[in-house]
Design a protein around this ligand. Sequence first.
Ligand code: NAG
Ligand code: CA
Length: 326
Amino acid sequence: MHPGLNLFSVFFFKYLLIFANQFYNVQSEYLRREHTLTSPYTGSYWDILGQSVIMTDRVRLTRDEQSQQGGLWNIQPIVYHNWEVHIQFAIHGQGENGLHGDGFAFWYAKDPLVLGDVFGYKNHFHGLAVLLDTYNNHNGAHNHQHPYISAMINNGTLAYDHDRDGTHTELAGCSVTARNVNHETFIAVRYLDNKLSVSTDIDNKQNWEECFVVEGVHLPTGYYLGLTAATGDLADNHDIISVKFYELESQLKQDDDYSKVEPSASIFSPPRDHVDDPKPGFFSGSWSGLKLLLIIVLLCVAVGVVVLVGFLVFQRHQDNSRKRFY
Ligand SMILES: *[C@@H]1O[C@H](CO)[C@@H](O)[C@H](O)[C@H]1NC(C)=O
Ligand SMILES: [Ca+2]
């Protein structure tokens, strides 16, 4: 064999391994169709109620009118203990005197398809709520930007307090600017090894920014995904463009039955400052452009080298043939 060929195959297999490893990492997060919703929103795994309507390019939870309630629920219970949900949304409207509301909520809750007055779902719920509150009024002593994103865990005993903005029942929160923008806006909710992470992609930078992380969050399997919204005196269009659900694979041993777990949160970690640079591979599907480019370049180089070596071997073979015939 050509001496260069040995060296080449060592490099080739090294990069093949790296590529295979990258591929494997991506495969450990599985998109689950039965919990995913994209245009044209036809599948049978989702249902709407209240004033929500299905449009060609979005599900409108509420339109920009007063006193609306609506919900979009996944009617297939989640059997996975670790997961991540990416929601593309749009909040927009006229706003009277610069006021608008109330916002929308993501739920991982026990009872799907119920209407209520906590962002379109019932109070005293069981499960997890991630609330995007856009009601920029003066209730409460605080004065944060809107939407204000917060999380709440409930075992049915806690009541959400609208008058105090729910800030006394929240686990953690952060403020973002995501109303009436001309680019796509996303929120990600990740639940892995009893850690709840909420991130946003709302600055049109195509990366996730951490909103908050809460550890010691216990949620059962068998609950349902929901997206709901409400308007009161103030209104907005609350639109859901897509929902993507990924099952995550934990590195920890997972042989327990999680179906009987009571929703609870034991440890509270305060929100950190926003970080512009996302941790690579932190979120599924976040094939950062650079990572993808690197793999494509490596693949091109590998293919190029294979073709070159093949050509050299072929030529040598031809030379040998010629020697025989002439
Ligand atoms: C429900 O939550 C409340 C408040 O967090 C707590 O005091 C209570 O013990 C919990 N009940 C159950 C059955 O877990
Ligand atoms: Ca508010």
